[in-house]
Write a protein that binds this ligand. Structure first.
Ligand code: GLA
Length: 703
């Protein structure tokens, strides 16, 4: 019997290789070492019902039809119909270390080799990388290569996230029933609708309690996530790249390396899974906070839009400097004929019309005020009204002789075309060479349709090209940070984290909408990678008017900044912004390293969330009134995640001014009380009657 047990950070994965194919017998909470491999395998052998295969079948990770598996196989493909059915035999099991195993299997008849690498990380995330190699001279057409992982029979619900422009990451929870629940993204980019993680949950799993299993595909192109319960009663999660027809035809000796899949397990609720994602992402040497603290950023988009004017922008820089901004970002509109969004994309040359002396006067004004300078690009795109398109109309992704429908008056540049790639790299590089730019915001404002390169599907090529381009820009400009934006949160995933340093979480700067968008995006992505800005008093996205204290109390929960015409702010508002920035700077070490908690509660009118230091010595919480409570005295505010037996000094802080209340007298603990972690969790604190769309900030220090 050949059992392999990876066990780390409270997670176990047990493989059985005795049936000539690797099978995952278990993935979940850590279990004791198996005493007898033979007994263990015997305990898991399937029974044989009548009217079924005569011998129990071991399906294994490749889920071949040849082994009697009747749902979606791991690999789907053929050579024009031949070798449509494969049966892989295990050839090699390689143990690189105690936490990793690679399985190599071959189907000699089909002339294919497949490999599956499993690495259980220190964060308890199982990273799975699969590939298929064509051993024949005849081409093999890979239709799909999905990574499947079994979950226990007792999971009851699936949880994934959907969204759109201005409204990313709505959770949707549903009962798991027999069949496939599939989330597909066919936008050619990650997409606003990308789930980021697909969970299967045990009965009643919430943020703090219960078990959660989830997969997250590390890929920024077309994607698929699956929850599957088969009629035989087994349940699995699956994730993989969604390949277009004919997109992956392997020539002789060629390999398709499928995007890696991150598999997360938690027995401490959804927050436990979230914490594992954050730990995994933060463990990378190139994680931004492992390099430097996240600077307070002013992006001028909602302040000036396309109306670029040195005097106005210098006035903004003055205001920014006065309140402590550390980075100033000039958004869209500085290049080519880009005076509105009809023209100019593709011409990454500073416009002489608006910037007769180049960007130097502005860059100098910003840098002489002690701030870094950042600049916006959307290099994968081209407006038909541009010099680039006039010169090279053939450099767009397209199929047949059709031009794809325009989207925001733009087309997608075909970066698999060396000329197009070089054009974008060289023009961007020239700007970065000429100016002191520490940061670029890189946008991607349309979906891909008919994404063909020389008549063949090319979404994958396009995604590989953008990774290559980002990496090349970073290599040429050490220290350069890249923000991945795609009309807000349209390109956020666990592969883009390797190439970009920040995500623009949403184009929606309405703080009430942001509460939900940030809460759910941060399930996977740690807050320090999510751009969170204080927007204008009246939100441009919704027309809603929100207090500066609420906007600030929302924006501190990420890589904080501003996106507002500060020259129109009152002196009181500027004082509040200064308070917000000072608080953020004083606390960003905790905000960007601690464990994110979202308190499970029944009252839908409010949320409590927070960040707790990993040693539980400090915490900051926010209690948010989303709408008026149905109760005249709302539920207690519970602070979770603290050390049960330690005492904490707890008080309300108002860095950007007090929230609004509807009460004659408020709770009596605001100025400070000392309570144990268990009292704060189990009993909580009396809630004030907050007006809707207000947030309270609470600090806790262990004493
Ligand atoms: C997208 C981005 C915005 C802004 C505009 C500029 O919509 O998400 O933040 O940069 O483009 O055109």
């Amino acid at each position: 019997m050949q059992l392999i047990h990876l066990r780390r950070a409270g997670v176990s994965v047990i493989f059985d290789t005795s049936a000539s194919t690797p099978a995952i017998l278990y993935w979940g909470a850590a279990v004791a070492e198996v005493v007898s491999a033979e007994d263990f395998v015997r305990s898991q052998l399937e029974t044989t019902p009548p009217c079924d295969f005569d011998e129990p079948q071991t399906i294994g990770i490749w889920r071949e039809n040849a082994r009697g598996f009747l749902s979606r196989p791991t690999l789907i493909g053929s050579r024009e119909g031949a070798n449509f059915s494969q049966k892989f035999s295990l050839r090699a099991t390689n143990r690189l270390d105690d936490h990793s195993v690679d399985f190599v299997s071959v189907d000699e008849h089909a002339s294919l080799e497949v490999s599956a690498k499993f690495h259980l990380s220190a964060a308890g995330i199982l990273v799975i990388s699969q590939s298929v190699t064509n051993l024949s001279i005849a081409p093999f057409n890979v239709e799909s290569l999905t990574t499947f992982v079994p979950v226990p029979d007792y999971v009851t619900e699936s949880l994934d996230y959907t969204g759109r422009w201005l409204s990313e990451r709505h959770p949707q929870r549903r009962e798991i029933q027999t069949g496939l629940w599939t989330r597909e993204g066919r936008e050619g980019r990650t997409g606003h609708d990308y789930t980021l993680v697909q969970f299967a949950l045990s009965q009643g799993t919430g943020y703090q309690n219960g078990e959660a299993w989830g997969l997250s595909l590390a890929w920024s192109g077309n994607n698929r996530h699956i929850v599957e319960r088969t009629a035989i009663g087994r349940t699995a999660l699956g994730a993989g790249e969604l390949l277009l027809p004919g997109e992956m035809i392997l020539g002789s000796g060629e390999t398709y390396n499928a995007p890696s899949v991150w598999a997360v397990y938690s027995d401490a609720g959804i927050d436990g899974a979230s914490d594992r994602f954050h730990q995994q992402i933060r463990a990378r040497a190139n994680h931004p906070t492992n390099i430097r603290p996240r600077p307070v950023t002013l992006n001028v988009w909602e302040a000036v839009y396309f109306d670029h004017n040195l005097e106005k922008l210098t006035a903004l820089a003055d205001e920014a400097q006065a309140i402590g901004v550390e980075r100033f970002v000039l958004d869209d509109g500085w290049f080519g004929a880009r005076r509105n969004d009809n023209a100019g994309l593709g011409d990454w040359v500073v416009s002489k019309d608006v910037w007769p002396n180049g960007l130097h006067p502005l860059v100098d004004a910003v840098r002489s005020r002690g701030m870094e300078f950042g600049l916006w690009f959307e290099g994968e795109m081209v407006n038909p009204d541009s010099d680039l398109y006039r010169a090279h109309p053939e450099w767009i992704l397209h199929a047949g002789d059709r031009v794809p429908p325009e989207f925001r008056m733009q087309q997608v540049l075909d970066l698999a075309h060396p000329g197009a790639f070089d054009h974008v790299f060289e023009q961007t590089n020239a700007i970065l060479n000429e100016y002191e730019i520490s940061y670029i915001k890189w946008d991607h404002n349309r979906v891909l349709t008919e994404a063909g390169h020389l008549g063949k599907p090319a979404v994958r090529k396009q995604v590989e090209a953008i990774y290559r381009l980002f990496d090349a820009l970073k290599a040429a400009h050490p220290g350069l940070e890249i923000e991945s934006c795609s009309s807000g949160g349209g390109r956020i995933d666990v592969e883009m984290i390797q190439h970009a340093d920040r995500f623009w979480t949403s184009d929606n700067n309405d703080a009430l909408e942001r509460q939900s968008i940030q809460r759910h995006t941060s399930i996977v992505i740690p807050p320090e990678m999510l751009g969170t800005h204080v927007g204008p008093t009246k939100a441009h996205s919704t027309g809603r008017t929100l207090s500066v204290s609420f906007r600030a109390a929302t924006a501190i929960w990420g890589h904080a900044g501003l996106e507002w015409d500060l020259t129109t702010a009152t002196s009181e508002e500027k004082l509040a912004l200064k308070g917000f920035i000072d608080f953020y700077k004083a606390n960003r070490d905790l905000l960007h390293s601690g464990r994110t908690v979202r308190v499970e509660q029944t009252d839908e009118a409010s949320w409590t969330h927070g960040v707790v230091a990993h040693d539980a010595s400090r915490a900051i919480f926010s209690h948010v009134a989303l709408k008026p409570s149905q109760f005249s005295r709302p539920n207690n505010i519970r602070l979770v995640g603290l050390e049960a037996d330690s005492n904490y000094s707890v008080r309300v802080v108002e860095p950007a001014g007090a929230p609004g209340y509807t009460q004659i007298a408020g709770p009596k603990w605001f100025d400070g009380v000392v309570l144990s972690g268990s009292v704060l969790d189990r009993i909580g604190l009396r809630s004030p009657v907050l007006r809707p769309e207000q947030a309270l900030l609470i600090e806790a220090h262990r004493i």
